[in-house]
Design a binder for this molecule. Sequence first.
Ligand SMILES: Nc1ncnc2c1ncn2[C@@H]1O[C@H](COP(=O)(O)OP(=O)(O)OP(=O)(O)O)[C@@H](O)[C@H]1O
Length: 453
Amino acid sequence: LHIQWGGAKQIDPPAEILNIRRGSTGQSLLGTSAIRMSDCNSPSTYSKQMRKENANSASPFGLLSCSSKGDKLGVMRVLEEGVDPDISDYDKRTALHLAACEGWTEVVVLLLEKGADPNSLDRWGRTPLSDAKSFHNDEVCKILEAHGGVDPVGRDSRIPCYDIHQREVDMEDKILIGEGSFGEVYLVKWRGTAVAAKTIRSSIASNPRVRNAFLKELELWQKLRHPNIVQFLGVLKHPTRLIFLTEYLPNGTLHDILKKKGRLDPRTAVSYALDIARGMNYLHEHKPHAVIHRDLTPRNVLQDASMHLKVTDFGLSKISQERDAYGYKMTGGAGSYRYMAPEVYRRESYGKSVDVFSFALIMHEMFWGGPSDKADAPEQVADKRAYEDSRPPLRSLIFPEKVKMLLRDCWHRNPDNRPTFEQIILRLENIQDAMHEEKRKLENAACSECSIL
Ligand SMILES: Nc1ncnc2c1ncn2[C@@H]1O[C@H](COP(=O)(O)OP(=O)(O)OP(=O)(O)O)[C@@H](O)[C@H]1O
């Protein structure tokens, strides 16, 4: 039996679905910043570590990350440190591939000036020009062509989803790590690396309409790459079941963290909020179509080994058609009621700012220590937000003034008045700087008291 997957070559589905292993071929997916929790047991250690990480942009990962974000200065800094402009990830995708995909013209020009190969081939034999063409980044196409770029695959070629063969994954020792509405999630080894295998139960995957909807979502997810987005790795095919692999995040969900720790200290809450906002900004600024998550909740935010947060589960997301000025009509009660924007609950047209609303409620929970309205049923909470304009309390003792202002703007009843994630990031960075400054002053004051004594 053969199955066709998103334009990829046909493969034989595994007889024994999950007893698979393949030799390691690439750089570790998870090794970008392996700081253990135990190394970061205080917020100050954590923020020092964070600054160290930010300063450490001279890594190959820094070049790829800056290129995908369109951060020209960052790219310049990394290249000046001597990083090879043709450094690639485990799929042999270079900084030029990433910048070409996203349409970052200036970064493309800079990389070419610094000697990047315009015709480097990724795992699927695609050049940066193939990617620029697929995403209709015409200006980037012209620049690449002027530098001798060619496209061996052609404009209409689709980026194939990764085919994961049974030999690649070792499910012998699989460990159940969770269960969601679509099926179980296991910790398994793929090419010797720990990854999460998400299984979609047969009752869902065997329905061709739902299966196709899922495949479309995975096809979208496969194209997304950002340090604050959980990395999709590939799909394992089977006639009735659907199993896909993502990066494994060992510290669980933000929901688990809040349940265990309760209220976070303000500096941690702000740096977590920045992680989420950066991931969401990447989704909303994605070209050629913005990605609306639509189900942003603490359960869909996971923490990696270096304590950074990443957004996951685009099962309910939709590609926002930029030409559709009226946004989407909601078809049903998708998403979690507790984090649902009023316009979604009222089944009105909606846009990217529904995610900003959900983000505000998540940020509120980080300061509060969980949902402030735990006693009420989620649907009742959403109803009150939509029809009575009710919002969680903002006590001055808990919420710094600027955080309060940000939350009020983000959960504004009028979606057009909510800030974009780009604006949210700037405001959060401002708040973070002020917090660092305050801490520095307190430490200095404590030091001078010590010396007087
Ligand atoms: N990449 C991952 N790394 C580590 N643990 C994960 C990963 N993905 C999921 N999990 C764990 O598995 C659980 C179930 O995840 P899943 O995404 O299937 O469902 P959910 O988001 O909790 O709920 P729903 O399916 O309703 O959205 C999560 O709560 C989390 O504990």
